[in-house]
Design a protein around this ligand. Sequence first.
Ligand SMILES: Nc1nc2c(ncn2[C@@H]2O[C@H](COP(=O)(O)OP(=O)(O)OP(=O)(O)O)[C@@H](O)[C@H]2O)c(=O)[nH]1
Ligand SMILES: [Mg+2]
Length: 386
Amino acid sequence: MKKKPNPALPESYKPDWAPENSNDAFAVRVVTGRESHHDGLPGQSRTVSGHPSKKRPELSVDDHVAGVLANDRTVLARTITLIESSSPSHTQKAQEVLNRLLPRAGKSLRIGISGVPGAGKSTFIEAFGLYLISQGHKVAVLAVDPSSSVTRGSILGDKTRMERLSRESSAFIRPSPSSGTLGGVTRKSRETILACEAAGYDVILIETVGVGQSEITVRSMVDFFLLVMLAGAGDELQGIKKGIIEIADALIINKADGDNETKAKVARADYSRVLHFLTPATRGWKTEAYTCSALTGAGIPEIWQVISEFAGVTGQNGSFDNRRREQALSWVMQMIEETLKERFYQHPGVKQAVAGIEHEILQEKILPTAAVDRLLGIFDGSQKNQ
Ligand SMILES: Nc1nc2c(ncn2[C@@H]2O[C@H](COP(=O)(O)OP(=O)(O)OP(=O)(O)O)[C@@H](O)[C@H]2O)c(=O)[nH]1
Ligand SMILES: [Mg+2]
């Protein structure tokens, strides 16, 4: 389907599947280079009528906290933008907001959904999300927004399909560009999850395009990891490695409809055999393969049943809470690594010395180990930068 251009809305402002006349809950990101000191929202965004709107004043910490807790989706969207901002003053403010939100976070089921481009992740999330809402849940989706990637998302040229879900008042969809991030997962996804939980969403769905590392990252922030597969595509084509199957709590063979249904059933049996030999990702839980059709909705309630059962079993045997605690610990370690790395490369002495040392290495004038010693010495102050 060809995308309909909407001249009133710059593409970077709203994803193409956001409902028409929707509010800023669907605003995504800033057009780069427009403003240097923005509040993380499109400074020159336009109204639906096409006239540039006035730049909105920054929200205070209190405004952010109150808005999120009241489930004001516009404020939640702006809070996530604040969280994602890389400006140090925003980071500080975001931390204050998050600290205040923290007591209200954590009470959700976090579900990661991965699979190769075109497997039907977004279509599945729409069908699944609508089903969950019909069961009284409130669903937040961190989705990959294909309109922002070079290939326009899937290699099949499709776009995210969540139009219906995005119209639901019990749903919140936060797209993130798949380009420049780890298959749509950003460094700030964990904090975004906390903000969504504080806003009252009790099921969080996180879509990621399978690119190897992204599955591992998503696994480290969710309770349940779902792999969306296709029948008859072959593991190689699907880019699915044994390691990825091993971190899944369920495999679903999607597109089990029409002519494809039989093939999907065969694939399910094949994967079941493979799973039999693998160590399950979660203690006390047996990972199995299921078929479903995100298009017709067949198999969708059963998947929720599986996930609910998972929550029950792992809640009882303690592995649910254990995993959350381990995830928190590895998050801390990861943040330390990132912060140290950032500080190292931002260190004035290191910055000054790095080019020269690089040159010396290329000229084979210095050994790599000595180069490391020198740079680290400059960083920790034990060596002067000559
Ligand atoms: N027949 C059939 N088609 C489906 C089903 N689920 C998704 N599709 C189609 O498959 C195509 C890709 O679906 P998406 O949901 O965009 O796939 P995706 O995995 O989110 O893709 P990326 O976000 O680009 O990685 C679309 O044309 C969908 O209509 C299904 O259950 N049955
Ligand atoms: Mg998608």
